[in-house]
Ligand binder design. Structure first.
Ligand code: FDA
Length: 405
């Protein structure tokens, strides 16, 4: 960020704030609350028509607000150690306590994922109530121009006038779901202030298929089954859903963050089983039953049938020789489906990459290049798995910055 002297003599006077937070999402509101609790005068600016839009649409309207099993291992970043400090100082239990203090009922769905019994709106209201209680001002519908570093802080020209602050917290999120207000503004601020960006791409996103791969599955759209999806050393066991354009479901969304075009995707269609031993047992017990009917016991019948039309020969079990049974087991445990791409930012839950963490303090989230400038939440190169981890990062990083900004 270039240090430009403020044209104080000619421009109208600016409003003074201790802290300005750009972005009224999960991370920005938490940073504002933490700073407000320290007695700082805090202004939050957002260009969208309302705050916390992603919170509102999250978790199918019930907001998966944290995960009790959160650890740094569930985050992707060029620096896997970066998230440790903030995550260790604001735990899932800290947010659960906050939710409880606001009387919001919640439940655990699976794998430590906590959801509101009621609505995501309750989480947005919690944040607004906490912000209000410590005097934080939130302004929506506000366009902001690139901030300027000036003596004693930052000067921002906005559609609501000029504002000045000592500390500037960038919480503008990533690029996913542009219709919800996502922009690359945080990245612009970062590059203008001399920060590097880790290339961004869509994460937690459905994968698309093309050509014969798509044609072979298209008519199974809507069919779901358990799989273990693997790519580049990561494995996720969960549901897979066949869609019109490809594959989705939690297992696929998770693995999409580890996949890039050209990478091998491994889909185990009999997760948690020794496929060969199971097929051998079926052969012994039901020699006259055809393979597709045997498979239909462990996966949807239509899927089993399609597998046996396209990828596997279908015969009574007794007709398979030992090598053929081995080949069948190998295919079932590493189904050769080739993804052609992803559905992109239009439907992605998160953005991988972002502001390079090498130039940001992991303890305070302050820029190592520009004192007083902070980056929190998804704008940074820290991206969580599906399951409440991204909000936990937003709370934890927001709290870390807001405690010092
Ligand atoms: P977020 O994107 O929340 O906020 C950024 C804010 O900055 C927005 O309010 C935006 O309007 C504002 N902004 C952007 N550009 C601006 C500009 N130029 N000027 C002013 N303001 C600007 N995670 C999870 O843990 N559990 C879940 O259940 C879900 N579910 C889910 C569903 C869907 C459909 C999506 C898309 C995402 C999720 N996520 C999730 C991910 C989660 O929503 C996400 O990681 C966090 O919201 C990131 O929080 P941030 O505050 O960093 O950015």
């Amino acid at each position: 960020m270039s240090v430009v002297p403020a044209p104080a003599s000619t421009a109208p006077p600016s409003t003074e704030w201790d802290v300005i937070v750009l972005g009224a999402g999960a991370a920005g509101l938490m940073a504002a609350i933490a700073a407000g609790q320290r007695g700082r005068r805090v202004l939050v600016l957002d260009h969208a028509n309302k705050v916390g839009k992603k919170i509102l649409m999250s978790g199918g309207g019930h907001c998966n607000f944290t995960n009790t099993g959160t650890s740094p291992a569930q985050y992707l970043s060029n620096n896997p150690h970066f998230a440790k400090s903030a995550l260790a100082r604001y735990l899932p239990q800290d947010f659960i306590d906050l939710v409880d203090r606001h009387g919001i009922a919640w439940h655990e769905k699976e794998l430590g994922q906590l959801f509101c019994d009621g609505s995501s709106k309750q989480i947005v209201q919690l944040l607004l109530d906490e912000a209000d209680a410590v005097g934080v001002k939130v302004r929506t519908h506000c366009r902001v121009e690139l901030p300027r570093k000036v003596d004693g802080g930052f000067l921002l020209a906005t559609s609501a006038g000029r504002v000045h602050c000592a500390s500037l917290v960038v919480a503008t999120g990533g690029l996913s779901i542009p219709t919800m207000g996502a922009t690359g503004f945080g990245y612009e601020i970062a590059t203008a202030s001399g920060h590097s960006l880790v290339p961004t791409r869509a994460g937690l996103v459905p994968l698309t298929l093309s050509g014969k791969h798509q044609e072979r599955l298209a008519e199974l759209s809507g069919v779901a089954l358990d799989v273990e999806a693997g790519c580049n050393g990561a494995f996720f066991r969960n549901r897979m859903l066949v869609t019109h354009r490809g594959i989705s479901g939690p297992a696929i969304l998770q693995i999409s963050s580890y996949w890039q075009p050209g990478d091998d995707l491994r889909l185990d269609l009999l997760p948690g089983r020794d496929a060969l031993a199971w097929l051998q047992a079926q052969q012994a017990e039901r020699p006259g039953t055809e393979l597709k009917n045997v498979l239909a016991e462990l996966m949807p019948r239509r899927f089993a049938q399609r597998l046996c039309e396209v990828w596997l020969p279908n015969r009574p079990m007794k007709q398979y020789t030992p090598p053929q049974l081995q080949d069948t087991a190998a295919l079932l445990q590493a189904w050769p489906l080739v993804a052609s791409g992803t559905e992109g930012y239009r439907t992605a839950e998160v953005t991988l990459g972002g502001v390079d963490t090498a130039e940001v303090s992991s303890r305070t989230l302050e820029s190592k290049r520009v004192p007083g400038l902070y980056f929190v939440g998804e704008v940074l190169d820290v991206t969580g798995w599906l399951g409440g981890y991204n909000f936990q990062w937003a709370w934890a990083s927001g709290m870390a910055a807001g405690s010092v900004a």
